[in-house]
Design a protein around this ligand. Structure first.
Ligand code: GLN
Length: 312
């Protein structure tokens, strides 16, 4: 049980911050040039509970780009727009055991393996309803904002930086289109996806976004329903099996809750019915996850017995 603000939970976040802050492991992402200038020592931790209490420590007000943490939320939007059967026919739900940017597609069909890797996320983003690419993006931005409970904006520098250098994602999109899996203009689809990745959040926003999923789709701060219960279950399922890419198995073994990470250093983790966790620290491990974020989630899970499959 979690307790009121300034109670033991705040002290524990401060303690985790002090304990893992000094770590020098990991490197900031540099394949998107604009991300290379991030300060690797930044570290923020936040929790949002079902009754709308927020707890934070460290760089909790620092904005960074959401990157791949957007993927489960935009998957939810595509499910809401198109229904599960149509989305499943276009994007699988099998874990890859591969890196987030792997050029791995189903043989023959070109269908991406799951919505958490780049291939699947590009396809999912193309399935969002909207008359134009700008409309699709505006719906995505509004949707992410509803989860966060405030208007989120785009970091145009990070967007442009990825737009100028994102040839690997463009290549994946062309392969999917060549196989007949993706339809539409590749440059437009990539631009919407890059903009989606460049939406700015804080770790407090990620905690609230996670808490909205934990709370069955109702944002615990605004009290607005963002997503149906049924779709929350589907999104959490895919986060559980695929959210942490080639670290998904070990993450479930150690931490045991659905989560998603991004290359700017964000992690959001969901404890259904209880709380949302958001962490931010830009230094990444070899699988592209925030070093301090993984350490902090591990410790929180151990300390509070958060593993969903524990029996005692
Ligand atoms: N925009 C990034 C990319 O497509 C997102 C990757 C990530 O956060 N893992 O490469």
């Amino acid at each position: 049980s979690i307790g009121p603000p300034n109670g033991p939970l705040s002290r524990i976040l401060d303690e985790l911050h002090a304990r893992f802050g000094p770590t020098t492991d990991g490197q900031v992402a540099s394949y998107i040039p604009e991300l290379a200038s991030a300060d690797p020592t930044l570290f923020g931790l936040a929790l949002t509970t079902m009754d709308g209490f927020g707890y934070a420590s460290g760089a909790a007000a620092t904005e960074f780009t959401i990157q791949s943490v957007s993927k489960p939320f935009v998957y939810a939007l595509a499910l809401a727009d198109r229904g599960m059967d149509e989305v499943l026919s276009r994007v699988g739900v099998e874990p890859t055991g591969d890196a987030f940017n792997a050029i791995t597609l189903e043989p023959d069909t070109g269908r991406p393996l799951n919505p958490m890797v780049n291939a699947g996320a590009l396809l999912v983003s193309s399935l969002v309803d909207g008359a134009t690419a700008a409309d699709r993006f505006e719906r995505i931005r509004g949707w992410l904002s509803a989860f966060a409970g405030r208007e989120l904006r785009v970091d145009e520098k990070v967007f442009r930086s990825e737009q100028l250098t994102g040839d690997r994602n463009r290549a994946i999109a062309y392969l999917m289109r060549n196989a007949g899996a993706l339809s539409g203009d590749v440059d437009e689809i990539c631009s919407v996806y890059f903009r989606q990745c460049a939406v700015m959040v804080t770790c407090e926003d990620l905690a609230t976004m996670a808490a909205t999923l934990a709370n069955g789709g109702v944002n615990p701060l605004t009290r607005r329903r963002v997503l149906s219960d049924e779709l929350v279950g589907r999104v959490l399922t895919v986060m559980t099996t695929c959210g942490m890419y080639d670290h998904a198995g070990e993450w479930m073994l150690r931490v045991g809750v659905p989560a998603k990470s991004g290359v700017a250093g964000g992690i959001c983790a969901v404890l259904p019915g209880q709380l949302g966790i958001g962490t931010f620290s830009p230094a990444l491990d070899a699988t592209g996850h925030s070093v301090r974020g993984v350490l902090a989630c591990n410790e929180l899970s151990t300390r509070f017995g958060l593993h969903l499959l524990r029996t005692a």
